[in-house]
Design a protein around this ligand. Structure first.
Ligand code: ADP
Ligand code: MG
Length: 378
């Protein structure tokens, strides 16, 4: 096992018409045994970062260390890492046993008997013992993905690097494999960097989540931290489904003026002191419909979820999403009134997008309190 230390990592690609910075001075430490998920939109530099850690890509500048060893200039095969990709390309002419054991045979000095034992232990762990004699073409997508995982696990590496390994699976299988992978990683206790563009997957799986955009690391934290206390508007918008409501507002004497006649007078005007304009964020679950008072929006669509409804409404030229009780069905075109707690409001700098205010402790403390109480009574 190892601590992965990524220090000022930069990767530029020379293009015909200039230089593309795929990884822009990223600093990141993955703790020993941690499951860290690197998440961000397509093209933001996740794969390139992972390939630099694996040794498949030469870095432009910066360092990668495993514990105290600088591995920046080591070839991939000399780093103790195992990678799992989205396209797991098994050897079609080899059975599962050979597919899993092949890498070991090449790279280790284990005897055939030892390899056999390790392959069988790995297959057992993955629940594919009965498939060892089969060829890849006779396996389902999920089974093939397990074999690909087996190839990585059997090597007992210090570090797992996984790049969207579940993307090719259908939704149900993907969520099953998520849980399995987490359990497996937990049992094996191998430091893992896992890449996905899917924020739900990131939130569900990561001990911590590293959010990336445009080559730059935006924030690293637990699911709760990046959700409740995003570093900036990008993170606030990327994390959470349905997405946070956002709009620009002018500030006048402690009062916000936004689209569609939106106004809000702060109890604590110091939040907006010194700002003429801010960006406002309100999570859909923090929007409450009320009979009177508050602000108005025009309902457009209601999507029933069973346990709740998603209301899509318009606020001037912006869309407003609210998670409301399943018993509430505003009609399209109907005017709805809504309020929110000041504590739940997010504010972002209009120019830089940096957070000026995130959900305050009162609204986000519930989970932490629960964990603490549990710990104390144990
Ligand atoms: P992600 O995995 O987050 O989707 P990538 O790391 O694959 O993003 O790519 C980051 C950026 O670097 C993209 O703009 C991509 O086009 C570019 N890129 C990746 N690999 C190369 C390459 N070998 N040559 C040139 N540009 C590349
Ligand atoms: Mg990628």
């Amino acid at each position: 096992m190892a601590i992965i230390n990524i220090d000022d990592l930069r990767k530029e690609f020379e293009l015909d018409d200039g230089v593309l910075t795929a990884v822009d001075d990223v600093d990141l430490t993955v703790e020993d045994g941690e499951f860290l998920v690197l998440v961000g939109p397509s093209g933001c530099g996740k794969t390139t970062t992972l390939r630099c850690v694996a040794g498949l890509e030469e870095v432009t500048s910066g360092h990668v260390r495993f514990d105290d060893e600088d591995v920046t200039d080591l070839r991939a095969r000399d780093r103790d890492v195992a990678m799992v990709f989205q396209n797991y390309a098994l050897y079609p002419h080899m059975n599962v046993r050979k597919n899993i054991g092949f890498g070991l045979k090449l790279s280790s000095e284990l005897t055939s008997a030892e390899i056999r034992e390790r392959v069988e232990d790995t297959a057992e762990m993955l629940g594919i013992s009965d498939l060892l004699g089969k060829r890849p073409r006779d396996l389902s997508g999920g089974q093939q993905q397990r074999v690909a995982l087996g190839r990585a696990i059997v090597r007992q590496p210090e570090v797992f690097l996984m790049d969207e390994p579940l993307s090719n699976l259908d939704a149900k299988l993907r969520s099953e494999m998520r849980t399995e992978l987490q359990e497996l990683q937990h049992d094996l206790d191998v430091t893992t960097m896992y890449v996905t563009h899917d924020q739900t997957e990131a939130m569900a799986m990561g001990d911590r989540i590293a959010v990336m955009n445009d080559g730059e690391l935006q924030q690293v934290g637990t699911a709760e931290e990046v959700y409740s206390s995003p570093a900036n508007e990008f993170v606030a918008n990327f994390i959470g489904s349905p997405s946070i409501n956002r709009f620009a507002a002018e500030v006048d004497d402690g009062t916000l003026h936004g689209p569609g006649g939106f106004t809000y007078q702060f109890d604590d005007p110091s939040w907006v002191e010194g700002h003429d304009e801010v960006r406002v964020g309100i999570r859909p679950e923090d929007v409450s419909l009320v009979e009177s008072g508050g602000n108005t929006a025009e309902a457009s669509v209601v999507e029933p979820m069973g346990n709740e409804n998603f209301l899509y409404a318009t606020l001037g030229d912006r869309e407003l999403t609210a998670r409301i009780a399943s018993t509430l069905h505003p009609k399209p075109g109907q005017t709805v009134r809504f309020t929110f707690d000041e504590a739940a409001l997010y504010l972002f700098d209009a120019e830089t997008g940096e957070s000026l205010k995130t959900k305050t402790a009162e609204t986000s403390a519930t989970v932490g309190d629960y964990v603490q109480t549990e710990g104390e009574s144990a």
